[in-house]
Design a protein around this ligand. Sequence first.
Ligand code: CDP
Ligand code: CDP
Length: 239
Amino acid sequence: LKRAFQIAIDGVASTGKSQTARLLVQRLDGFAHIDSGAMYRAITLKTFPLKPAVSSTAWAEQVAAIAENTQFHFAGSRLFMDGEDVSTDIRSLEVTRAVSAVAAVPAVRSALVRMQRDFASAPGRGSRGVVMEGRDIGSTVLPDAQLKIYLDGQVLVRAERRFAEMHAAAKKAGLPLNVTLEEIMADVQRRDTADFERKTSPLKKADRAVVIDTSFLSLAEQVGMLEVLARERLMHWEK
Ligand code: CDP
Ligand code: CDP
């Protein structure tokens, strides 16, 4: 039996990893989409009721216990945690601001990496493969992936994308947007630094990764580029 075909997409925040993966699985037959960042976000959401811990070690232990006792399930691009759809709640600004600290806890990473590898080895009945996106997919989670992509982009462009997204969401909800572009840019930069400097599997370009600068690409253009690369590799692999 042939193993599932693995596509790993990594890169800094707001380079379009989630949207690109979502659209790519729509174009390729029989692929599942795994958003690993959504899993770190969901664990972060689950830590909010925790009482302030006496020490950072005690806090890390509590967070690790949460990660080890959580069930995840992806349905299309929606994420269910312990049976509940958390896809919307995990996108809040509070979660975005707290997630880097949670993602830096080694025991949280090992628990989630184990689950991510399980998803990739059994992406669902009849599935050809998986598109998994995050920060350490090509380097740590799926080092043998048949196609590895590293998405990059200028920080101002990425902050503008995030700002536009939040602006649209606030408008739709009829709520004021009480955050500025400068604040979003600072958040993006802070998260980039945390991702690059983390001790356990920091963000880096994996060996054999195809690097794409998304600063001047539309979403459709970058999906098209990935589709071409994926079809070419799939053709050789399925021969
Ligand atoms: O969409 P955005 O780029 O804002 O972030 P995300 O992909 O939803 O990931 C949220 C956070 O989880 C990131 O800031 C990373 O710190 C962390 N993460 C990680 O450490 N490893 C991954 N494989 C994916 C995400
Ligand atoms: O997952 P990641 O944080 O890398 O990015 P995303 O959540 O998929 O995309 C962030 C935002 O940037 C979304 O609103 C995308 O539609 C937008 N985007 C864009 O406008 N142009 C691109 N070339 C890539 C993403």
